[in-house]
Design a protein around this ligand. Structure first.
Ligand SMILES: Nc1nc2c(ncn2[C@@H]2O[C@H](COP(=O)(O)OP(=O)(O)OP(=O)(O)O)[C@@H](O)[C@H]2O)c(=O)[nH]1
Ligand SMILES: [Mg+2]
Length: 303
């Protein structure tokens, strides 16, 4: 499947609901009325595009009608352009350290998709002809280490791990040593799920980052927060709070395939100004896509 088809398939739930709603509105009253604008606003909010972006789209639609007398179907074109505008400052892909391995710490609350995403990222790097290592730094949750090792076997990626209950920072330290020794291009660190309110767990994460920073100046080069897209606007709050506790370099939004609230990606980008680097569109290794503003906007609104 091509790049765009993947976006389209993964965002189908959000797309179908949005397009269905908008069509219903514009078919019933091809002349834009106050009522139909209100309904349009509701449909956009229901897709979790957020208040600011929703207002922006509604205003742009109104303007297009007033100045050019456009037809109902142009709502899609206008909405797509507005969404793209809000996303376009993205620098989508992973940084690359000038020398040595690039270390990427994958963080977030429980169950958002950190482990799966770490594995998918390693797979993506390998598919680009570069090398990746995985670090099993969730030494806390039962079966977390086995879960990552299983991915490692499946994708032929080496996993650096220790025992349950061991110090996550020391596993990370070992993993950086291994990545340097193997001359790996990337090291992805899978960390344990934690709420930003759990002070001791946040301290543990700080320590992990501090330890590898001492070992390899500049590391971690990326700290990526994994958000569960199906939690809609809650993910926005989560990202804001997490970013206060641990400075992030970017976001990954997963599980967009299972929700009709994919608009939250736009709201998050607009509110936080943090780049969305990748989106998760399914459970298979290939179901992680580098984020692309134009294709995302198109996948949401194209008829
Ligand atoms: N449909 C879908 N499922 C996903 C996606 N990403 C992850 N998942 C699923 O979400 C579930 C949780 O994923 P994990 O990777 O274990 O999440 P985690 O954040 O590591 O969880 P903890 O380590 O317990 O905090 C798994 O069943 C994954 O297959 C996605 O993009 N789409
Ligand atoms: Mg995990």
């Amino acid at each position: 499947m091509g790049f765009f088809s993947k976006f389209k398939a993964g965002l189908a739930k959000t797309h179908n609901k949005l397009v269905h709603e908008i069509k219903r509105i514009v078919t019933r009253s091809p002349k834009l009325t106050g009522e139909s604008l209100e309904e349009l606003e509701q449909a956009l909010i229901a897709a979790d595009l957020g208040m600011a972006v929703t207002r922006q789209i509604v205003d742009a639609v109104k303007k297009a009608y007033e100045s050019q007398g456009t037809t109902g179907h142009d709502v899609f074109v206008v909405a797509q352009a507005e969404v793209e505008k809000n996303l376009s400052s993205n620098k989508p892909d992973l940084l690359k350290a000038p020398s040595g391995p690039t270390v990427v710490s994958i963080v977030g609350v429980n169950g958002t998709g950190k482990t799966t995403t770490s594995a998918k990222l390693a797979h993506l790097i390998q598919s680009r002809g570069q090398t990746a290592l995985l670090a099993a730094c969730d030494t806390f949750r039962a079966a977390a280490i086995e879960q990552l090792k299983l991915w490692g076997t499946r994708l032929k990626v080496e996993v650096i791990a220790s025992a349950y209950g061991s110090d996550a920072a020391s596993v990370a330290h070992d993993a950086v040593t291994a990545a340097q020794a193997r001359r790996a291009d990337y090291l992805f660190i899978d960390t344990a799920g934690r709420l930003h309110t759990k002070h001791n767990l946040m301290q543990e994460l700080h320590k992990l980052h501090r330890v590898i920073g001492k070992q390899l100046p500049g590391a971690p080069h990326e700290v990526l927060l994994v958000l569960d897209g199906s939690t809609g606007m809650n993910a926005l709050t989560q990202a804001r709070e997490f970013n206060k506790a641990v400075p992030l370099t970017g976001l990954i939004v997963t599980k967009l395939d299972g929700t009709s609230k994919g608009g939250m990606v736009v709201a998050i980008q607009k509110e936080l100004g943090l780049p969305i680097k990748f989106v998760g569109l399914g459970e298979q290794p290939d179901d992680l896509q580098p984020f692309d503003a134009r294709q995302f906007a198109q996948a949401l609104f194209e008829e």
